[in-house]
Design a protein around this ligand. Sequence first.
Ligand SMILES: Nc1nc2c(ncn2[C@@H]2O[C@H](COP(=O)(O)OP(=O)(O)OP(=O)(O)O)[C@@H](O)[C@H]2O)c(=O)[nH]1
Ligand SMILES: [Mg+2]
Length: 299
Amino acid sequence: MKSLWSALKRFRSKLRKKLGFSPDEWEEVVEQLLIEADVGISLTEQIIEELSGILSSKPSEEEIINALRTSLLRIFSDHPVTNLLEAPFAQKPFVLFIIGVNGTGKTTTIGKLAYLYTKKGFKVVLGAGDTFRAAAIEQLEKWAKRSGARIIKGSYGGDPGAVAYQAIESALAQGDDIVILDSAGRLHNKRHLMEELAKIRKVIKKKISDAPHETLLVIDATTGQTGLEQARIFKEFAEPTGIVLTKMDGTAKGGIALPIWHELKIPIKLVGVGEQPEDLIPFNPEEYVNALLPSKDEK
Ligand SMILES: Nc1nc2c(ncn2[C@@H]2O[C@H](COP(=O)(O)OP(=O)(O)OP(=O)(O)O)[C@@H](O)[C@H]2O)c(=O)[nH]1
Ligand SMILES: [Mg+2]
């Protein structure tokens, strides 16, 4: 898979270069690397605290890396790992609502999902709920054509809740398996825009009371620590059930996955690794931690 975890691998190669340090220097090395990787100060301190026992016992490099691996994996252990791309959907239609700050990759992620689900034989309908940005409807339309999914459009400047409602109504009438609802990008610090999300969710529930079955918050991994702040506020208004971490193929350090999961208890479900339809992969904690840390045979 193209440039998978490339950014994380840079972290790993940096860590590898540090091998040979004395145990006394390790605490600082690990701390600095975790902060550089966007893990954030508070979680980094917690991880260092957990490692302090082993670090004071003059460990081998292998012991240090194993302890770090255990500590990082523990963070991800409180949620079962689900592969949204393979999931057998209990509900029909299964409704996904895609939200996030401007330009994070919402529409592209929807396009990829539409492509991947259609390829698996699911009948997919998209709701063009970004009625705010000029050209947003056309952008989604291109993805619909590319994937063979149907699309329900409103008018530019129209009510996004109405589009969501119509998309679900259409899916029920046509027997579609999956509904994916786009939304306009919004800054997390604009209260009225955040409240609009809560309203759209209410409208969705009028049609199917337990929908949206997934509310995915899309976070651009290249924006570092602000991702945590975005997740905190979106959680308050829209109850995201998972995160899509996009642009992990670029310069992103990817460490933001850890504090979002740990502090906000929102699991990372999907990772964007490019702009092509296949560039969306399920998040796997072990793969992620392995990409971060060098293994014994790599030394
Ligand atoms: N390299 C890379 N680029 C991505 C990825 N996901 C999205 N993009 C790009 O990011 C840009 C913004 O993507 P959109 O899907 O339009 O983002 P959006 O969140 O819908 O934006 P708004 O609707 O304006 O809020 C586009 O140029 C995408 O091609 C990814 O995983 N990797
Ligand atoms: Mg968009």
